[in-house]
Ligand binder design. Structure first.
Ligand SMILES: Nc1ncnc2c1ncn2[C@@H]1O[C@H](COP(=O)(O)OP(=O)(O)OP(=O)(O)O)[C@@H](O)[C@H]1O
Length: 267
């Protein structure tokens, strides 16, 4: 289990996260949602060790993350960043092989086994036909699948994703969510994912995933728990200032729809 216990973080004198606590079990999917600038990326970077927390502790199976070497941390966590465009003209296979870096010394290069693992990862995301294509020439959605393959090749237990579906079209978004679902259900991966789409949490819950959500705002976790408990119309209004309605379909499956009104219009 990954335990984040009462952590805080500041950029110089600006505190962005204050007393954040949550736990994620193996095979569980945790969504982090909250308005722009609330600290989702900052929180992910604290877990990755890019940001050094100012208070609190983070442990995995009782071991302090801060006491792990960079290589150990890279074997435990992989990262799927927001799609932002890439400059270097590596091939798809070369990008995925970068996921094998924690398993090598700086002087060794990837071997045949690494290539097999990288190709398996590409097959899992349906991108094996793109192995020799230049990463820079792929669409945003295709790149995101390749980056997911890189994180699979890293063979980490925990995958951190920062708004991974932001640049995906409707079909690729569904495909990506299906992939994420399958990684938790079939590969027992733990996934922590920031998202701007509360419906993704319902999607996972509706598909019987062991899933939780935390809602961040004003430096703190305002609500956390099961999506159907936490993602209420009132909580969405309190966090985003947007009026919405929870619709139930097909028995008990939930879906949230904005109904247009914003904070300024609340009676
Ligand atoms: N390197 C930095 N130095 C100083 N302040 C920063 C830095 N990075 C982020 N911030 C500030 O910290 C706050 C949280 O930013 P962060 O990127 O974590 O938010 P976010 O929830 O991921 O936002 P978004 O949904 O827009 O991606 C913001 O106010 C941002 O301006």
């Amino acid at each position: 289990m990954l335990i984040i216990d009462n952590i805080s973080f500041s950029y110089e004198d600006k505190e962005v996260l204050e007393n954040i606590s949550f736990a994620v079990k193996k095979g569980q999917l945790l969504s982090i949602i909250g308005p722009n600038g609330c600290g989702k990326t900052t929180l992910i970077n604290c877990i990755l060790g890019v940001n050094r927390i100012t208070r609190g502790s983070m442990t995995h199976r009782g071991r302090e993350l801060d006491k792990m070497s960079a290589r150990e941390r890279a074997k435990l966590f992989s990262y799927v960043p927001q799609e932002k465009g890439h400059i270097f003209p590596y091939t798809v296979l070369e990008i995925v092989l970068m996921g094998r870096t924690p398993y090598h010394s700086i002087f060794s290069s990837p071997n045949g086994r690494d290539t097999d693992i990288a190709m398996e990862a590409l097959e899992m995301v349906g991108m094996e036909g793109f192995r020799d294509k230049l990463f820079t020439k792929l669409s945003g959605g295709e790149r995101q699948l390749v980056v997911l393959a890189r994180s699979l090749a890293q063979e980490s237990d925990i995958i951190l994703m920062d708004e991974p579906t932001a640049s995906l079209d409707y079909k690729n978004e569904i495909m990506f969510l299906e992939m994420v679902k399958s990684l938790c259900l079939n590969k027992n991966k733990t996934i922590i994912m920031s998202t701007h789409f509360p419906n993704h949490s319902f999607y996972f819950e509706n598909h019987n995933l062991d899933t939780r959500v935390i809602m961040l705002a004003d430096r703190k976790i305002k609500y956390q728990g099961l999506p159907s408990v936490v993602l209420t119309e009132d909580n969405v209004y309190n966090i985003y200032g947007v009026k919405s309605r929870i619709l139930t379909y097909d028995g008990n499956k939930k879906h949230i729809v904005p109904i247009g009104g914003t904070e300024n219009e609340k009676e």
